[in-house]
Ligand binder design. Sequence first.
Ligand code: HEM
Length: 423
Amino acid sequence: MELKMTGEAESWIWICIATGVAIGWLIYMMRKKQKEEEEMESGVPRGSSGWPVIGETLDFIASGYTSRPVTFMEKRKSLGVKGGDSSTMAVVGCSGSPELEQWRRRADGVEIAFEVLVKLILSVGPGEEFNLLKKEFEEFTKGLICLPIKFPGTTLYKSLKAKERLSSMVGKMVGERKLSMEKREEKWLPNDAIDVLLGNADGAKQPLPSDFISGNLIEMMIPGEETVPTAITLAVKFLSDNPVALARLLEENLELKQQKISCCEDYSWTDYMSLPFTQNVISETLRLANIINAVWRKALKDVKIKGHLIPKGWCVLASFTSVHMDEENYENPYNFDPSRWEKVGLAVTSSTFTPFGGGQRLCPGLELSRLEISIFLHHLVTTYRWVAEKDEIVYFPTVKMKNKLPINIMPIEQNPLIQTKQN
Ligand code: HEM
C-alpha cells in the first residue's frame, strides 16, 4: 500500500512540531526563572549547575589550558568572597646550614627542594635511605591525581602500596627517635619535624601517637615537594622576561655576596630575608604564578556568608587566582612588577594576597618556601647567567611550564654587576 501525504497534512505536522518546540522552550524558561527566583529567595549563589553528572567541569578544565584561566571565575563572580586575615601558623624551622650552601653546585630545583625537605622533616641526608624514600615517595605521588581504579598494575594501586612502604619506613624512624629521646636526660632543642611532633622537648606536652606522627610527616612532604620548585622555575621565567627586574635583583644580591666575602662570614636566615627587592620578586612571583590556584571547602552545615547561603554538602572553590588577578586589588595584574610591593611593604599574607592560603589552614611551609626561593635566586643570579628557551605556563591540573623551561646556563667569570651595567 502506498502512503501519500497531502500538502495539508504535512503542514499540520510542521505546525504540531513547532508548537511542541515552543511549549517545551516556554516550560524550560519558566522553570529556569522559577529556579532563579527560588535561589534568590534562599540566598544560594546564582548560576548554573551545568550538565548532568559532569556539571561545568569541561568549561573549568578548558579555561585551565588558556593563558587566562581566571575567565571561568570572572563569569561566576556573584559570590565574591575574599580570604580572611586570621591565621594560626606552625613554622618548620631552618638555619643557614652548609647543606643549603650546596645549592650553588646543583641545577635541578625539584631534586634540591626534596633534599632540603627530607632533611628538615626527617633529618635524612643524601644516601641509600634517602634514595629509597625518594623512590617510594615518587611512586606514591603519581597516584594523587589519577583514575580512581584500584587493582594490581594500576597507578592508584601502585601508589597505595608505595604509601604503605613509606609509612612503615617513616614509622620506624619515629619509633627509633622516640626510644633515643626517652633515654636522653638533659634538655634539647628540636632538630627536625619528627622532634617537633614528638613534641616533648620541654616535657610539657601530651605525646602524640606514633602512627599519627608518621602520617603527618608524609602529608607534610606532599605539598612541599612540587610547590617550591614550581615557584623557583616561574621566578626564573619571569626574570628572564624582565631584564630590569633581574638587574635590580642582581645588584642587591651581589652587594650581600661581596659583604659576606669581605667579612669571611657565613650566610644566615636573616641575611636572605633582609633583601627587600628579592622578597618583592618572590611575592610578585607567587602572586602571578598562583601555584596553588584555589582551595576546596565542603560545607558541613548550612553557612551564611556575605548574604549568600551555602547549603550543607555544597563544595566551594575559593579561587586565589581571582583575588590575585583582580584589577581592584592590583594595577595591571598580568604584569610582572616586583616594585609594586614597595608601595604596600613586604606582604606575607593578607586578604588580597593569599598564595599560602589563610586562616587555620595557612601553609606551615610559608617561611621555609620564601627562604628556599631566596637562597636559590641568590646563588643563581650571583653565580650564573642564563638564557631561557621559549616556553609557556599551563594551569591545569597544576601550574607548570609546558616544556619545563629549559635554560642554557653559564658561570659568570667577571664581575657580573659591571657586565650588566655595560649591557
Ligand atoms: C611556594 C610554595 C608553597 C605554596 C604556594 C603553598 C601553598 C599552600 C596553600 C595555599 C595551602 C592551603 C591549602 C588549604 O587551605 O587547603 C597550603 C597548605 C599546606 N602546606 Fe603549603 N605551600 C608551599 C610550600 C610548602 C612547603 C615547603 C611545605 C612543607 C614544608 C608545605 C606544607 C603544607 C602543609 C602541611 C599544608 C596543610 C596545612 C593544613 O591543612 O593545615 N607547603 N600550602
